[in-house]
Design a protein around this ligand. Sequence first.
Ligand code: C2O
Ligand code: CU
Ligand code: CU
Length: 462
Amino acid sequence: MTDLTRRAFTSLLAGGLTAAVLPKPVFAATRVDLAAAPGKARLVPDGYPETAIWGFDGQVPGPIIRVRQGEPVSRRFLNRLTQPSTVHWHGVRIDNAMDGVPDLTQSPVAAGDAFQYDFRVPDAGTYWYHPHTRSFEQVARGLYGALIVEEPEGAPEVDRDEVLLIDDWRLTETAQIADGFDNIHDWAHAGRIGNWITVNGDGRWRTTVARNARLRLRLVNVANARVFGLATPGLDGWVVALDGMPLDAPQPLDSLVLAPAQRADLIVDVTAEDGKEAALVSQDRDGAFKIATFAVDGETRAERLAAPKALPANPVAALGQLSSARKVDLLMEGGAMGGMRGAMMGGRMMGIQEMAQAGKIWAFNGMADMPREPFVAADRGETIQIAMTNDTAWPHAMHLHGHHFRQVTSGGSLGPLRDTLLVERGDTAEIAFVADNPGDWLLHCHMLEHSAGGMMTWIRVA
Ligand code: C2O
Ligand code: CU
Ligand code: CU
C-alpha cells in the first residue's frame, strides 16, 4: 500500500465509514480506455533516434490486458489516429458484434471517435489484439498488444511468465518506419518483410534468469508477413499450447515455426550454465540470430522440475463425425509467379493488369473482393470442413475468426486446435470446425498485404 492509499484508508476509517465504501483495488483489467495514438519507441538502441510509431496508448507493444478465464473485458477504444480504425481480438471466440471487423461486424471508428468493446473471454490462453482497418499499415506501425487469459486453476507452476511479442519492422537508415505500405511488389510476393526484428518493441530484448528456473514463454508473431523459424538454445522444455489452445499433452520443444498471428505457449527450464546465456533465436535463409537473451545468473534449484502436465482444456465443442460434415473447397490463387490471368472484381471479370491497378493481386475461388455473399452459410452447430488449396507460389497463414479449427490430415487424424494455419505453396490443407458461434466471420490470409490484396472471404453462422 502506498502512503497515499494508506492515508486515504485511515481517514476513511476515522470518518466512521463502513468497509462497503472502501475503494476497490484497481487491477489492469479494470482500466477503461484503450487509445490508438501516435508515439515514440526505442526500437533501435545506441546512436539512433527513437522511432515514430502508432501504438495502443501510444506504446509498442500496447498494454498487456490480463484477465481470468470467463471474466469480462471492457475497453472504450479511442481513435487518436488520422484514419479510421477498429480493434480485433485475435483468437477470442467472441461475441460477433465485438469482433472489430469494419463493415462486417461494426462501422469503422472514425478519427477522433470512440467505440465501446465489452465481451467475455471463454478460453484461457494467449491472444492478441490489433486493428482490422488498413492493418497492413496500422499493425506495421506498431498497433498491437497481448490479451492474456489466465487459467482459473490447474495452470502449471512456473517461476516466471513472459509475454514475447515478436515483430519485424521495415526501418529507414534513421530508424524511422519506411513508407510504401501499398507497394504492389510486396503485396504480390511474400508481403512486407522488414529489416529489424524486435521482441516487445526492443531490438535487444534481454532479461536475467537463474539456472533451472521454469519459465512460461508466450510467443506471439505480430509481424505483417514474416514466418519465424525459432530455436531456444539453453532453454529446454515443451510446447503446451498453440494459438491459445492447450495441447492434449505437452510436446517436447525442438524448433518451432510461427507464422503471422500464430502463438505458442512454451514451458521451458533454463539449462544453460550459470554465467552463460540462453536465447530465442530466429533462423531463416539469411542465417540465425538472437532476438531475445536470457542471461543466467545463479541457480533457482539444483535439479530440473518434473515434466509439466497438460494445461486444462478449454470449452471448445468436440468435432463430430467428419463423414457428415459439410465439405467446401477454397482455391487460393494469384500473386507473383502464380499464373492467375484474372478474377471477379466489382461484379465483373477483370484481367490481372487491371486488378493490380486496383490493388488486388490475389483471389479466393476466383473472387478478388470481399464477396457480397458468404463463402459458407452454416447452420449453428454444423460441422464444416474446408479444403484449402494453395495454388500460388507463396505460403499463406490462413486465419478464421470466431472459431478454432483442427487440421484433418489425409489419413483422417486431427491436428491441434488452431485459429491460424500455415499452408505451404502447392499444398492442400483441410480444416474442420463446429460452426457454433453465430455471426459473420472472416476467413483470410494473415500476411496482411495478401488479405488486403484479395485473400479475404467470410462465413455466416446462423
Ligand atoms: Cu488477427 Cu482477421 O485477424
Ligand atoms: Cu482474428
Ligand atoms: Cu498469404
